[in-house]
Design a protein around this ligand. Structure first.
Ligand code: NAD
Length: 481
């Protein structure tokens, strides 16, 4: 690493084979000043013109989709998902290009006060001038775009800092951006680590942060000191509740896709399984049998089901949690130890006999580990599922949809997949909030994903005579005899 540079590790080879420069606090001040100037014209363009710029950007990204996917594949060690992520990001841009106009015109309503009917009002939507977007390494492009595109659609300018762990997509993304100069003027991508992130918060009018609870707390404290809103999307420890009548094969497949599919490196990965005791043996048997068929991608040709861990140090967190569970009496039914072959792979791991005093049931794992607890009745299942500091999302499985819904209604989380898992990973147009330590601020999904970047200014028009000067004068009261 040289001064002002950060080295980047390739998760497949374990080699530090890439570098980014660190954007300094001075540079950030300069960039934000320029964004603040450019935002005025961007806002004035109106929703339709902004949408046109976004459509052109989506087309330019499509022209770079191969290069973006390749860059993501190197940084994440995932090939198929990297292409999916690039395409999904382009779809997201197109979605906001279509939806922003109608959402903005709905929000800019006018009418008559119900309380004082002579007062008519009009709303003006005032976007935050410059929004900082700070994103994590697990889904590097999509999580960088998800807040940025909505903020741009709302008329804000954006300063974006993707994670320093997975920054290679920035070069082809910037190429696409440069071909849409109107947009390139109002979104600036910077590189660096925590210091760059902190410097951004000091300069902007709102901050969107996706990352760990630990950093999220620091971001929200700094934002509070700067008196700006912070929209936080943080970690999770998502539970799945499997009722006695659930289709176990169905549940096992959905849970594996959620918990293992991205090597467990997703905020909405299922990390706690509560299974009815009458079916837990069959469920566990089915789960383990299916998992045994999965292979790691550390083979010579790189094919397989489970990609390496992206972030080197994550293996220590995973192993500490697994070791703690086993030391306290849990049983490892599958996996449990990392495989090192240049990069670090963690095999699908199933642990039974876990209890809530174990780290594996308390802290985010962010790895392909499935701990299972059996329950006797629904009250116990709901109590256990709610016994967490997190509240991101959950899943419930039952043949009886109403029974599943009844459980879902009582879970202290922001989104519940019924008879599937992690649906928030693919459904971006339905509003949901994060509960407890999993986040704060308006929904990033659905219409609120855009309206949270706007303040409403009300123009209040009196259509009758203003109230009399004496409205609040104290009159001498008549003394009753
Ligand atoms: P992280 O908190 O370590 O870092 C996230 C980003 O914040 C990075 O860009 C980093 O450089 C920056 N940063 C670090 N310290 C900062 C500071 N003090 N001020 C400003 N910026 C700072 O998170 P990570 O390890 O990159 O990501 C993994 C975490 O993200 C997991 O906890 C995961 O659950 C969470 N996550 C949440 C969601 C969600 O939607 N809720 C989605 C994906 C990931």
């Amino acid at each position: 690493m040289t001064a002002g540079k950060l080295s980047v590790r390739n998760p497949r080879t374990g080699e530090w084979d890439y570098e980014i420069s660190v954007t300094s606090a001075g540079d950030i001040q300069h960039i934000v000043r320029s964004l603040r100037d450019e935002q005025v014209q961007w806002q004035a363009r109106g929703a339709e013109e902004r949408a046109d710029c976004l459509r052109r950007f989506a087309d330019e990204m499509m022209a770079e989709v191969g290069a973006i996917g390749d860059a993501l594949a190197i940084d994440t060690g995932r090939t198929t998902f990297a292409q999916f992520e690039a395409i999904k990001s382009i779809e997201l841009i197109r979605m906001w290009a279509e939806r922003a106009g109608p959402i903005l015109s709905d929000a800019a309503c006018s009418g008559q006060s119900g309380q004082v009917p002579t007062v008519h009002y009009q709303h003006r939507l005032i976007p935050y001038s410059v929004v900082a977007v700070i994103s994590p390494w697990n889904v590097p492009l999509l999580l960088a775009m998800i807040d940025s595109i909505a903020a741009l659609s709302a008329g804000c300018a954006v300063i974006l800092k993707p994670s320093e762990v997975t920054p290679r997509f920035i070069v082809p993304l910037q190429r696409a951006l440069d071909r849409v100069p109107e947009l390139a003027a109002v979104i600036h991508i910077v590189t660096g680590g925590p210091d760059t992130g902190r410097a951004m918060i000091d300069e902007v009018d709102a901050v969107c942060f996706t990352g760990s609870v630990r950093t999220g707390r620091q971001v929200s404290q700094q934002a509070a000191a700067c008196f700006i809103p912070a929209f936080l999307e943080l970690g999770g420890k998502d539970p799945a509740v499997i009722l006695r009548d659930a289709d176990l094969s169905f549940a096992a497949r959905a849970i594996i896709r959620s918990a293992i599919g991205m090597t467990g490196q997703a905020c909405q990965s299922l990390e706690r399984i509560y299974c009815h005791e009458a079916v837990s043996e069959s469920f566990t048997g089915e789960l383990v049998a299916l998992l045994k068929e999965l292979t790691l991608t550390c083979s010579e040709n790189g094919s397989g089901d489970i990609a390496p861990l992206i972030f080197e140090r994550q293996v220590d967190t995973i192993q500490a949690q697994v070791d703690d569970a086993l030391a306290r009496g849990a049983t490892c039914l599958l996996g449990g130890e990392a495989v090192r072959a240049g990069g670090i792979w963690y095999p699908p791991t199933v642990i039974s006999g876990v209890t809530h005093d174990m780290l594996i049931m308390q802290e985010e794992t962010f790895g392909p580990v499935i701990p299972i607890i059996t329950f006797r009745d629904l009250e116990q299942a709901i109590t256990l599922a709610n016994d967490s500091t997190f509240g991101l999302s959950a899943a419930v499985f039952s043949a009886d949809e109403m029974a599943a819904m009844a459980v879902a209604e009582r879970l202290e989380v922001g989104a519940i997949s019924i008879n599937d898992a992690s649906l928030t990973g693919i459904v971006n147009d339905v509003e949901k909030n994060s509960f407890r330590a999993s986040g704060m601020g308006g929904s990033r999904m659905g219409p609120a994903g855009l309206t949270r970047f706007l303040r409403k200014r009300a123009l209040l028009i009196q259509t009758a005579e203003p109230a009399a000067i004496q409205l609040f004068s104290d009159q001498a009261r008549e003394v009753s005899q």
